[in-house]
Design a protein around this ligand. Structure first.
Ligand SMILES: [Zn+2]
Length: 128
């Protein structure tokens, strides 16, 4: 199960952040998932519940925001948001476009809890 492996990596990362800030627990994690990442948000949330058990992220809330697919046209150079199933240029119709975003899986922010108070950690590297 793809999502479970991702969540285990994510939990490890969250716990590392919490240790770094000497926080007692992880309160909240916010992820951005691109439509082309191959990750199913509902499965990810289920897997997160499994993966967090027994860790200091046990009570953590997972928030998922959906990313958008953006491409740059190789012909006319226009940057645009396109549907996930049709990445052609809407300006000139060229199918040769370069993906700018949409396949990302990003940890956007982490909120830590416990005696240390609430700390909003800045954006981190990709768990993958
Ligand atoms: Zn174009």
């Amino acid at each position: 199960m793809h999502e479970l492996a991702l969540c285990q990596a994510l939990i490890e990362q969250l716990c590392a952040v919490a240790r770094e800030h000497r926080a007692a627990c992880v309160a909240r994690a916010r992820l951005r998932i691109g439509p082309l990442s191959g990750v199913e948000p509902a499965l990810l949330e289920q897997a997160f519940t499994l993966a967090r058990a027994g860790t200091i992220a046990n009570e953590a809330l997972l928030e998922v925001e959906q990313g958008a697919v953006r491409v740059r046209c190789c012909e006319c150079g226009r940057e645009q948001e396109v549907p996930p199933n049709d990445t052609r240029c809407s300006n000139c119709g060229n199918w040769r476009t370069q993906l700018l975003s949409g396949d990302e899986l990003l940890l956007v922010s982490v909120e830590l809890g416990g005696a240390a108070g609430r700390i909003a950690a800045p954006a981190l590297a990709e768990p993958a």
